[in-house]
Design a protein around this ligand. Structure first.
Ligand code: NFS
Length: 627
């Protein structure tokens, strides 16, 4: 495990502070009904579980067997995950609307080019219209697709024709973003959908409404509002906290307030106030995906992934932690009691007893951001010297790649094209592209699974794209630097990385930005020569240390889009042989994608390598250049 994490874990243990690792131990072994998915709490005939009594299988009171119960549970997970991403997208769309109307304080449209391109996709005329007017029309149109009842989503039209045909023929094409989530909840009520395959098929449609809907909306509109990412150097790990500065940690996912805090941190009167309170300055750092958002657009340092949130507070050097929503451990307020750290929640949707509440409103975005920074500064003198332990470790990283800028980096500014990437694959320098994404989980290696797997893949000339916590874990190891190519990559991949000056592991953003991986795949198909749909491309995904329902939704939208996806731990349906078989085999016959479950990162890497080899063979590509 990463040195700084180990060090802080020890500090926490010494102080008698319980962290996620100890709580996991106390919960182990986990409930076997929960793990297998054989427990149903959906109605009051139950709660039921599938058991054996006197050698006989006992099913639910209503008659639901293991297939129905586990499929229903799975679909509810997908619905929750999709809802989280899509609701995030809705927040951004709402802010774009208010910005266009001139009601959002401090916000502006920073990527006009992208705004106009999106408007074209949504068939909005842009001639002789102000940017603000276009923003309003675009936001309204996008928000209406949340409630759309029939038809098809606009952004899903980006997918290759072959994939769209599959979706249309199998009733997988999402009709509206909210509609699919609601239908998932409705179908999983007792006595509605009792066919496990039919349930999972709808689960896929719901997940697609996330990947090509809500998540893609979040990605695209965040680019419009806060500008599209550009490659940027930054630092990562607990050592980014500064002993003599006011440390503010931004944690969560929706970057609406955090970007304002970043903007406001440059305010001279606040800087001055920090000095008056005895600090050298204001130091912002992030955790989780809101960190990824401000990292890739502003180069703001990152403390770490979901697993570093408690440890950051245990440094005793965090003057204020601001949270919005998702992946925020409810343990935090209790933990802050041991330190001077002020912890503030900001979303009416995500209240935490024990945290101070400063409600975020777009209409006063900048003022609220300033108020929060002021609270942090005022808290700086309350630090307790004897409780401060900041680990030394930091690592350089390059973040901020996107579908569009990989295009330019690979092809040169004036001839942006995926040709060099496709040619790299065709010529056998690059075996394929793998997406390593998702959470960090103490049930596996607390983030290291990503690192081991990434090293094995790049050694075998697989170019890696990453998002979420996986990206931050690999960043801590130095894999997100161009120098990592020379150190760890196979010769072919090394040649490509050195020619264009990119790391072998590319940071593509936060978890909603997995939608960038979808659009990058579309560009690869469009460029030609390596397949006509995602299931023909030598691409694969993994979220080895997944923990969240969002990860299940992501996995399913990739599988539904034709890609193979590996989880290090199965989702909770292992009690149903049929559901497992459908996930790992049956679904492949429909979408071309499929699931695999493999905890060993080296074995998982080789599953991907073998898969890519097969796809290369089917495409009749040249053998790998240096094998
Ligand atoms: Ni993704 Fe980002 Fe991390 Fe997992 Fe949570 S922060 S949205 S869910 S834990 S990768």
């Amino acid at each position: 495990m990463d040195k700084a994490t180990q060090e802080m874990k020890k500090v926490a243990e010494k102080k008698g502070i319980t962290t996620i690792w100890e709580r996991l131990q106390l919960q182990s072994p986990h409930c076997k009904f929960g793990i297998s998915g054989l427990c149903c709490k959906n109605c009051n005939y139950g709660p039921c579980r599938i058991i054996t009594k006197g050698g006989q299988k006992v099913i639910g009171v209503c008659g639901a067997d293991e297939d129905v119960i586990s499929a229903r549970n799975l679909v509810r997970h997908i619905a929750a995950g999709s809802a989280c991403h899509s609701d995030h997208g809705r927040e951004i769309a709402k802010t774009l609307l208010l910005t266009g109307q001139g009601k959002a304080q401090g916000y502006r449209i920073k990527d006009e080019y992208k705004l106009k391109k999106l408007a074209e996709e949504y068939k909005i005329k842009t001639d002789n219209k102000s940017i603000e007017k276009i923003a309003v029309e675009l936001a309204e149109k996008i928000l209406s697709e949340y409630g759309q009842q029939e038809g098809e989503l606009t952004l899903i039209q980006r997918a290759p024709e072959k994939q769209k045909k599959t979706w249309r023929e199998n009733s997988l094409m999402p009709r509206g973003i909210d509609r699919e989530v609601v239908e998932a909840m409705s179908r999983t009520h007792m006595g509605v959908d009792n066919d496990y395959k039919n349930l999972i098929m709808h689960g896929m449609r719901c997940a697609l409404s996330d990947g090509w809907g809500g998540s893609m909306v979040a990605t695209e509109l965040t680019d419009v509002l806060f500008r599209s990412p550009k490659p940027v150097r930054a630092k990562v790990n607990l050592g980014v906290l500064k002993k003599n500065s006011v440390n503010i940690i931004i944690h969560g996912h929706v970057p609406l307030l955090s970007d304002m805090v970043a903007e406001a941190s440059g305010d001279l009167s606040l800087q001055q106030l920090a000095k008056e309170k005895g600090a050298e300055g204001i130091n912002l750092a992030g955790i989780c995906c809101t960190a990824n958002e401000i990292l890739m657009r502003r180069g703001i340092s990152v403390v770490g992934s979901v697993l570093q949130q408690e440890l950051a507070i245990a440094t005793g050097a965090v003057d204020l932690m601001l949270v919005d929503l998702q992946c925020i451990l409810p343990s935090l307020p209790e933990l802050t009691k041991c330190f001077h750290t002020k912890i503030v929640c900001s979303s009416p949707k995500a209240r935490f007893p024990g945290m101070e509440y400063v409600e975020f409103r777009e209409e006063e975005g900048l003022s609220i951001a300033k108020e929060i920074i002021k609270m942090a500064i005022e808290n700086f003198p309350n630090r307790k010297e004897e409780l401060i332990n900041i680990p030394q470790e930091t690592m350089d990283m390059v973040a901020g790649f996107s579908t569009e800028n990989i295009f330019e980096i690979l092809g040169g500014k004036y001839r942006g094209t995926y040709r060099p990437l496709n040619d790299g694959i065709i010529s056998g320098r690059i075996r394929g592209v793998a997406g390593l994404v998702g959470c960090s989980n103490p049930k596996l290696l607390s983030g290291d699974t990503h690192i081991i797997m990434a090293k094995e893949l790049i050694k075998h000339d697989v170019l890696i794209v990453e998002t979420g916590c996986a990206a931050l874990d690999c960043a801590r190891e130095g894999l997100l630097t161009p120098e990592a190519a020379k150190k760890y990559a196979g010769k072919g991949l090394q040649e490509i990385c050195e020619a264009v000056g990119i790391p072998p592991v590319l940071h593509l953003g936060s978890c909603v930005d997995n939608s960038r991986i979808l659009t990058a795949c579309c560009e690869m198909v469009k460029e030609g020569g390596i397949g006509n749909s995602l299931d023909e491309l030598p691409v694969a995904g993994a979220a080895m240390e997944w923990y969240s329902e969002k990860a299940i939704a992501i996995g399913w939208y990739f599988v539904a889009s034709g890609a193979p996806v590996i989880f290090g731990m199965p989702y909770h349906t292992v009690g149903s042989k049929n559901v497992m078989e459908f996930s790992t085999e049956g679904v492949e016959k429909i979408t071309g994608g499929k699931w695999a479950f493999e905890p060993d990162p080296i074995k998982a890497a080789h599953l991907i390598i073998e898969y890519m080899n097969k796809k290369r063979e089917a495409l009749k590509l040249k053998p790998m250049m240096y094998e």
